[in-house]
Design a protein around this ligand. Structure first.
Ligand code: ADP
Ligand code: MG
Length: 731
C-alpha cells in the first residue's frame, strides 16, 4: 500500500522557473504500478460501463482513492475526447485553484505530456490549456465563465463534465449543478459525473433525477483520536507545541499534517518550527517544514508531495485544501485545531465578513482520516471532546446558504436565467440574500428596472471580478467631459446604460420582475439615504484612469502583499513609508505596485521593502491578464497621470458606494447604507490619521474583536449621489 510513496521517492523533481513548466514525465512502469495500486483501479471497467449507460453518474470514493487523477484518464482512454475531426475535452472542476493546478500537473506527469498540451488547467488569471487540451482541470468558477462567454451557453467543446469535490458545496459548484442540469436538457450527448468524498451521495443522486451512484471502496486504516482535556484560545501555539511533542515521542517514519486557517498562520508556525528545529539535539530526527496555501506558487506546492530525506520528519502546514482536495502520501499524524476560514455574508447588512469558524463534525472526521491513508495513524484535535460533541455542527452548510450572491446573480443573469427565485438549485439561496444581490447589482447599474441585465451589466459580467470591482474598472474608463455630453458610450455604460438616467430622477426605482424575485419598490426607496451633493463635484474634472484601476484591482485580488515579521515591525513600517498615501490604502497599494514594477520585481528590493515577492509576482500576472481583457473589451488603457488621485478614487466609489462609512462623534464609523458601527483596521494607512477622515470607502469588513474596514480610502461624501444615484438621492 506504500506504492504511491515509493513511486514518489524515485522521482526527482526539478526546480521550475516559470509557471506552466512541466515536471519530468515519470517512467511508464512506475506510472502503471502507481495507477494499479489505487483503490479506483479495480472499478475501472465497471465505471466506464456506468458512464456509458448513464448520462449522469454520482461517484463516491474516499479521498485518495484516485477519483480526481484517474477518472479523467479512463475517460480519455475510452474515447470520450471526441474524434480527430471533432475533438472534445473532458472537463474536471475543482473548487480551489491550487487543487486544479496541482492535479493537472500530476496528471500531465502520469500521461507524459507537457502541461497545457494534452492535459491542462484553467483557473482565474491563469490559463494553461490549448486547443490540444483533452483533459482540462479547471475551477468551477472558470467553467461558469466559459458557459457565459459561449453564445449558446452550451459548452459544446466538452463531452464530459466532472464536477469534483461536490461534497464541499461551494457556491460555484452549486450554481454549476443547476447550469449543467439545465444544459443536459439541451444536450443529449453531455455526460455529467458528480464526485464526492463523503457518503451522503443520495442528495446528489436525487437532485440529478435519481442518477446512478457508484461507490469505490476506500482504503482506510484506523486512526486514534485525541482531544485536549482543557480548551485553548491560542491554537497556533497549541499546534506548534503538538508538533514538537509528537516529533519527540513518535518514531520515524511518520509525517504530520497540520490544518491552519490561512497564509499568515501557516507562515508564523513555519517560522516557529524552523526556529525550534535549530535547537533540536544533534541526535534527534530533523524537521522538514512544508506549506500549502492558495497564494503559494504552484511549483512550491508540488514540493509537499516529495518524501522527506532519511532521518527527517515532514511537517505539512496546510489550509483546508488538504482536507479532501489533495492527498499527501506518508501522513501518519494529523493536528487539527478544528477551524476554517470562511466568507460569511450578512444579507441584512449586505456585508461580507472573513471569519474563522469551527469545522463541522464531518469535516473533523475527514481531516482525521488523512492520517490513516498508508498505515494506522493518530489525530490530535486541539479542542475538547465536549466541544466536538456539543458545539460542532454535523455537516457543513452549503455556501449558497450563507454567501454573497452578487457575483453569482450577475453570472446567472448573463447566462440568460430570468427567474432566479425558481431556478432549480439543489438548495435554494435564502430569499434575503437573493434580493440583496439583485439590489446590489441594480445599484451598480448592472440590472435595469425590469431586473434584466443592462449593457453595463453584460460588460461587467465579462470580468472575472466581483461586480463592485468590475464596475470600478468600467467607471474608470470615463472622464468628465464625455460624461456631460453623454455621447460617449463608455460613459453611459458607467452610469447604467440609459436606464440610469431615468433612475437618477426617479424617486422609487425598483428591480421588479415578479416571476424572478419580487423586490418591493419601497425597499429600494427606503435604502436610499439622502446625501448632500456639492455643486462643485461635477466641476471637478475626472480623467479616464483604467491603467491605475487595473493596478489597484490586481493588488486587491492578491493576498498578503506585505510581509511584517513581528520583531521587525518598525523597520518594515519605515521601509514602506514612502508608499503611504494620505488618500488611503488603495493609492498606497498603487504606489507599491508602481515602485515594484520600476524595480523590475527585484527580489532584494522586495525583501528590503518587506514585500512578499511571490504575491507581487502574482499581482503582476493578474495585471497582465486584466490589461489584455480590457483591451479585448474595448476599454482603453488610459492613465490619469501621476498626480490625479481624484479620478481614481471617484471611479472606485462608483463600485464601492455601498461600502462607505461616515465618521461619528466618538471617532467610530457608521456605514452609510446598513448603519453598522465599524472601525478602520489597524493595518490601514488611515488608522492613525488625525484628524480622522470624514467619509471613507472600504474593500471588506473583517471581524475580530470589533468590525474593521480593511483597505480604506478617503472619499468625499458629496460624491455619493452622483457616483451611485441608485443608492443615494441628493438633498
Ligand atoms: P481522490 O481524488 O480520490 O482523492 P486523487 O486522484 O487526488 O484521489 O489521488 C490519488 C493518489 O495519487 C493519492 O494517493 C495521491 O497521494 C497521489 N497523488 C496525487 N497527486 C500527486 C502528486 N502530485 N504527487 C504524488 N502523488 C500524488
Ligand atoms: Mg480528489
Amino acid at each position: 500500500s506504500s506504492t504511491a510513496a515509493a513511486t514518489n521517492a524515485q522521482q526527482k523533481q526539478q526546480p521550475m522557473g516559470t509557471k506552466g513548466a512541466s515536471l519530468p514525465p515519470l517512467p511508464r512502469s512506475q506510472v502503471a504500478e502507481h495507477q494499479r495500486s489505487l483503490p479506483i483501479w479495480p472499478a475501472r471497467a465497471a465505471l466506464l460501463d456506468a458512464v456509458k449507460a448513464n448520462r449522469t453518474l454520482v461517484l463516491v470514493g474516499e479521498t485518495g482513492s484516485g477519483k480526481t487523477t484517474q477518472l479523467t484518464q479512463y475517460l480519455y482512454q475510452a474515447g470520450y475526447a471526441g474524434t480527430l475531426e471533432k475533438p472534445q475535452t473532458i472537463a474536471c472542476t475543482q473548487p480551489r485553484r491550487v487543487a486544479a493546478i496541482s492535479v493537472a500537473k500530476r496528471v500531465a506527469q502520469e500521461v507524459g505530456c507537457w502541461l497545457g498540451d494534452k492535459v491542462g488547467y484553467t483557473v482565474r488569471f491563469d490559463d494553461c490549456s490549448s486547443e490540444r487540451t483533452r483533459i482540462k482541470y479547471m475551477t468551477d468558477g472558470m467553467l461558469l465563465r466559459e458557459a457565459m462567454s459561449d453564445d449558446t451557453h452550451a459548452l459544446e467543446q466538452y463531452s464530459v463534465i466532472v464536477l469534483d469535490e461536490a461534497h464541499e458545496r461551494t457556491l460555484h459548484t452549486d450554481v454549476l449543478f443547476a447550469v449543467v442540469k439545465d444544459l443536459q436538457r439541451k444536450r443529449q450527448d453531455l455526460r455529467v459525473i458528480v464526485m464526492s468524498a463523503t457518503l451522503d451521495a443520495q442528495q446528489f443522486a436525487a437532485y440529478f433525477d435519481d442518477a446512478r451512484v457508484v461507490y469505490v471502496a476506500g482504503r482506510q486504516f484506523p486512526v486514534d483520536t485525541f482531544y485536549l482535556s482543557k480548551s485553548t484560545t491560542d491554537y497556533v501555539d497549541a499546534a506548534f507545541v503538538a508538533v514538537l511533542q509528537l516529533h519527540q515521542d513518535e518514531p520515524l517514519p511518520g509525517d504530520a499534517l497540520v490544518f491552519l486557517t490561512g497564509q499568515d498562520e501557516i507562515e508564523a508556525v513555519a517560522r516557529m518550527l524552523n526556529g525550534a528545529s535549530r535547537h533540536l539535539p544533534m541526535t534527534a530526527a530533523k524537521l522538514l517544514v512544508c506549506t500549502v496555501y492558495a497564494a503559494l506558487p504552484s511549483h512550491q506546492q508540488m514540493l509537499v508531495f516529495d518524501p522527506p530525506p532519511a532521518g527527517t520528519r515532514k511537517i505539512v502546514l496546510a489550509t483546508n485544501i488538504a482536507e479532501t482536495s489533495i492527498t499527501i502520501p506518508g501522513i501518519k499524524f494529523v493536528i487539527d485545531p478544528g477551524l476554517v476560514k470562511a466568507r460569511i455574508h450578512n444579507p441584512r447588512t449586505g456585508s461580507d465578513l472573513l471569519e474563522v469558524i469551527p469545522v463541522s463534525k464531518a469535516q473533523a472526521r475527514q481531516r482525521a482520516g488523512r492520517a490513516g491513508r498508508d498505515a494506522p495513524g493518530k489525530c490530535y484535535r486541539l479542542y475538547t471532546e465536549q466541544t466536538f460533541n456539543e458545539t460542532l455542527e454535523d455537516v457543513t452548510q452549503p455556501e449558497i446558504k450563507r454567501c454573497n450572491m452578487a457575483s453569482a446573480v450577475l453570472s446567472l443573469k448573463a447566462l440568460g436565467v430570468r427567474d432566479l427565485q425558481n431556478f432549480d438549485f439543489m438548495d435554494k439561496p435564502p430569499r434575503d440574500a437573493l434580493i440583496a444581490a439583485l439590489e446590489h447589482n441594480y445599484a451598480l447599474g448592472a440590472l435595469g428596472d425590469d431586473g434584466e441585465l443592462t449593457e453595463l451589466g453584460r460588460q461587467m459580467s465579462e470580468f472575472p471580478l466581483e461586480p463592485a470591482l468590475a464596475k470600478a474598472l468600467i467607471a474608470a474608463a470615463t472622464g468628465t467631459e464625455s460624461n456631460s455630453n453623454g455621447s460617449n458610450s463608455a460613459s453611459q455604460l458607467a452610469n447604467g446604460a440609459g436606464a440610469s438616467s431615468s433612475a437618477t430622477a426617479k424617486q422609487t426605482p425598483s428591480v421588479r420582475d415578479s416571476a424572478m424575485v419580487e423586490v418591493d419598490s419601497r425597499t429600494l426607496a427606503k435604502t436610499r439615504p439622502a446625501v448632500a451633493q456639492n455643486a462643485t463635484t461635477s466641476a471637478l474634472r475626472r480623467q479616464p484612469c483604467v491603467s491605475e484601476m487595473i493596478d489597484i484591482v490586481s493588488m486587491l485580488s492578491t493576498e498578503n502583499i506585505f510581509f511584517t515579521p513581528s520583531d521587525k515591525r518598525e523597520q518594515a513600517e519605515a521601509a514602506r513609508a514612502p508608499f503611504r498615501a494620505p488618500e488611503g490604502d488603495h493609492i498606497t497599494l498603487f504606489n507599491v505596485f508602481k515602485a515594484y514594477l520600476k524595480a523590475k520585481g527585484d527580489a532584494e528590493w522586495c525583501r528590503s521593502h518587506f514585500l512578499n515577492q511571490r504575491s507581487m509576482a502574482a499581482a503582476e500576472s493578474v495585471r497582465k491578464q486584466l490589461r489584455g481583457l480590457c483591451t479585448r473589451l474595448g476599454l482603453a488603457l488610459d492613465s490619469c497621470g501621476e498626480h490625479d488621485r481624484f479620478s481614481v478614487r471617484y471611479a472606485l466609489l462608483c463600485g464601492f458606494a455601498s461600502k462607505t462609512a461616515v465618521l461619528q462623534p466618538d471617532n467610530s464609523y457608521r456605514t452609510t447604507t446598513s448603519h453598522e458601527t465599524v472601525h478602520i483596521h489597524p493595518s490601514s494607512v488611515l488608522f492613525q490619521q488625525r484628524p480622522p477622515p470624514h467619509c471613507v470607502l472600504f474593500n471588506e469588513l473583517v471581524m475580530t474583536s470589533k468590525t474593521y474596514m480593511r483597505d480604506v480610502t478617503v472619499v468625499d461624501q458629496h460624491w455619493l449621489a452622483e457616483a451611485a444615484p441608485r443608492l443615494f438621492s441628493s438633498k
